[in-house]
Design a protein around this ligand. Structure first.
Ligand code: TGC
Ligand code: FAD
Length: 392
């Protein structure tokens, strides 16, 4: 892969709206991605392996639990800082951002929000430091968009719970130390349980042959009569709203992250178009390529403004699930369209690993599906504006 020459577009001077802290946090993440992710990520994506050596760097830039209070090892930052960190990481690779999203929003968030003080103290500092890695098990083989139908269940055995079932498509599962797992009790009520690697009957087979998110490890979580200690139940919220609350946080991060992938594709295409000479002039001087580039920067700018306002609302505790859905849906679609257009600007070179665009494009096919598909987010908006849910 070529040297990382990335220069971030800021067409509407958004930097003027960020605080000094936002800019410091963002620039630290940006520099880290340039130094530690860009030089190796293509190789790891090609060999379909998560680069575990970057875990400590992710912890150092505050990517694990950015908004978790410092007393539990988090960075104690606001939601806009969290968004900016996700943007910068996904500028490098969506799979790396996935690892950070899962650790922060899907593992640390539920432990912090729904857990006991003992659970917070036991797990959060190690997760923040990257000493332990987590995964989040909601999706099942027969229940993706409709998690309320989940079949994974647990039984109260007096001194412990007995857990049975299977989760599919789980980011970080092959190497996770713990998993936050959503399962039904005997009354059919959904609860969160912390399952630890090493518990008998708990296995995490890897899912192979992915054409997307190749630098992220994806797998299953299988529970075959796993004895889970009673103190591992998350007691402070039950029902589908508990995992959906975690998704609000992760989807917010993706709304920002997708901007990073789009920025990288745009920046690469702009530089290439200025340098590539055909018919005796740079292709950037042709109207067709300018149309592509001008539309890209327009869409990136709109997505940045959407994310920024959503960040303000989230900081005030006012961002609704439907507002988050709209931003996730819009910004991921924006990024995938830009990746497809940018790839064309590079002609044949666009399909090679010399440039990051094709990798972003393939990654975004997962991003547009996970954390709620593109269709489901449209239906969430539809239900919000009409008051008539059309899922069923
Ligand atoms: P519905 O009847 O709408 O709601 C059930 C209960 O939940 C409450 N609720 C929420 N509570 C908190 N936060 C939210 N965001 C909430 N949304 C809903 C709701 O009030 C209700 O409460 P109650 O007390 O009345 O029971 O549920 P439904 O079964 O009709 O489903 C709605 C639907 C389709 C929107 C939802 O299930 C959904 O979002 N489906 C998509 C599934 C999904 O996004 N899965 C993601 C899996 S994790 C993942 O992909 C990680 S990838 C990470 C990475 O690698 O980066
Ligand atoms: P389905 O729900 O079967 O949907 C198939 C199609 O039907 C989609 O186009 C969908 O939009 C459409 N559809 C579904 N319902 C409706 C409806 N009511 N109306 C109209 N159309 C509908 N899950 C986790 O729990 N944890 C993870 O860490 C995780 N990581 C993932 C990593 C990757 C790489 C991928 C690909 C997925 C991951 N997922 C994870 C799972 C992800 O959240 C699901 O794939 C997603 O929610 C969709 O579920 P599904 O794949 O079963 O598709």
């Amino acid at each position: 892969m070529r040297p990382d020459l990335f220069e971030a577009p800021d067409y509407y001077n958004l930097d003027d709206l960020f605080s000094q802290e936002h800019l410091l946090v963002r620039d630290a993440a940006r520099q880290w991605v340039k130094r530690d992710v860009s030089p190796i990520i293509e190789e790891y994506a090609q060999k379909a392996e998560f680069p575990k050596q970057i875990i400590s760097g992710l912890a150092e830039i505050g990517a694990f639990g950015p908004y978790i209070p410092e007393e539990y090892g988090g960075a104690g930052l606001d939601q806009i800082s969290y968004g900016l960190i996700m943007q910068e990481i996904e500028r490098g690779d969506s799979g790396v951002r996935s690892t950070a999203s899962v650790q922060s929003s899907l593992v640390m968030y539920p432990i912090y929000t729904y857990g006991t003080e003992a659970q917070r103290k036991k797990y959060l500092p190690k997760l923040a430091a990257g000493e332990w890695m987590g995964s989040f098990g909601l999706t099942e083989p027969n229940h993706g968009s409709n998690p309320s139908g989940m079949e994974t269940k647990f039984k109260d055995m007096g001194d412990h719970y007995l857990l049975n079932g299977a989760k599919l498509w789980i980011s970080n599962s092959p190497f996770c130390d713990i998993a936050v797992v959503w399962a039904k009790n005997e009354e059919g009520r959904i609860h969160g349980l912390i399952v630890e690697r090493g518990m008998e009957g708990f296995t995490t087979p890897e899912t192979h042959n992915k054409w997307s998110l190749r630098a992220s490890a994806t797998g299953e979580l299988i529970f075959d009569n796993v004895k889970v200690p009673k103190e591992n139940l998350l007691p402070n919220k039950t029902g589908l709203g508990a995992p959906l609350g975690c998704l609000d946080s992760a989807r917010f991060g993706i709304a920002w992250g997708a901007i990073g992938a789009a920025m990288d594709c745009y920046d690469t295409a702009l530089r290439y178009a200025k340098e590539r000479i055909q018919f005796g002039k740079p292709i950037a001087a042709t109207q067709l390529q300018q149309k592509k580039l001008a539309e890209m920067i327009t869409e990136i700018t709109k997505a940045q403004l959407l994310a920024f306002r959503l960040g303000q609302l989230k900081n005030e505790g006012r961002a609704t699930t439907a507002q988050i859905s709209m931003a996730k849906r819009n910004n991921v679609e924006m990024a995938i369209k830009i990746a497809r257009e940018a790839r064309q600007v590079l002609g044949g070179m666009g399909i090679t690993g010399e440039y990051s665009i094709m990798r972003h494009m393939m990654n975004l096919e997962s991003v547009i599906t996970y954390e709620g598909t593109h269709d489901i987010h449209l239906l969430i908006t539809g239900a919000d504006i009409t008051g008539m849910p059309a899922f069923k």
